[in-house]
Design a protein around this ligand. Structure first.
Ligand SMILES: [Zn+2]
Ligand SMILES: [Zn+2]
Length: 218
């Protein structure tokens, strides 16, 4: 494994020990750090300000962070640019359209691609890759969104996903579907007794399914 893969390895290992999809966790943590660093250090960076301005600011999801940010001056400088463009378009009665994407969303996508490449490069042969497999199969696994990203590129091209990941993930999804079937079956009238005999995790499997089908970002 190359040097940069070691960084991914340790970051992935830490995330895999916690509940939920490890890539969701990494992306959330890094995106939040990106916003902090951007607002603290890159506010005077013309390149970033131009990107931010072209996008019309962060998307509605990521701009939620701005109101709770401690550095009001940084937020004021960014908002001023956007407001100037908006006032301009109101005056001209021309519809304002973004010319770029939310910089945090762009950064998020980069982190995801970095991890898809990292995981697809692991054929499970070296000792580090065996170690990766050992802790991966003990984790909650990837959500359906990130597993899909691991199997197909953004352009819909098939990736070389290692067979051990395919087996682990697809068995996991199958098992979840079986548990949902059981939950639905026993939710019927007259099956209350059998339903209450299910373990707590099976009684709340719908929550697990809902979380598994979507990216969990904070
Ligand atoms: Zn995920
Ligand atoms: Zn965004």
């Amino acid at each position: 494994m190359a040097v940069e893969k070691h960084i991914n390895f340790f970051e992935f290992q830490k995330a895999a020990e916690k509940p939920g999809c490890p890539i969701c966790r990494i992306v959330s943590d890094r995106a939040n750090r990106y916003i902090d660093n951007t607002l603290f250090e890159h506010i005077t960076n013309r390149g970033f300000r131009a990107l931010y301005r072209a996008a019309g600011g962060f998307c509605s999801f990521h701009s939620r962070h701005l109101v709770s940010f401690r550095d009001g001056l940084a937020v004021a400088i960014l908002c001023r640019d956007i407001l100037e463009d908006r006032i301009d378009s109101f005056r001209k009665k021309s519809f304002w359209r973004p010319k770029g994407r939310c910089p945090v969303c762009v950064e998020r996508e980069k982190i995801e691609q970095e991890y898809f490449d990292f995981l697809c490069g692991s054929d499970g042969n070296s000792s580090e890759e065996r170690e990766l497999r050992d802790f991966f199969v003990l984790s909650d696994g990837l959500c359906a969104v990130h597993y899909s990203g691991l199997t197909f590129t953004l352009k819909g091209k098939k990736r070389q996903t290692p067979a051990w990941i395919v087996n682990f993930q697809e068995q996991k999804f199958e098992k979840l579907k079986t548990r949902l079937d059981k939950f639905i079956e026993l939710s019927a009238y007259g099956r209350q007794e059998e339903f209450s005999a299910l373990c707590v995790a099976d009684q709340t499997v719908w929550k697990e399914a809902a979380a598994c089908l979507t990216e969990n970002i904070e």
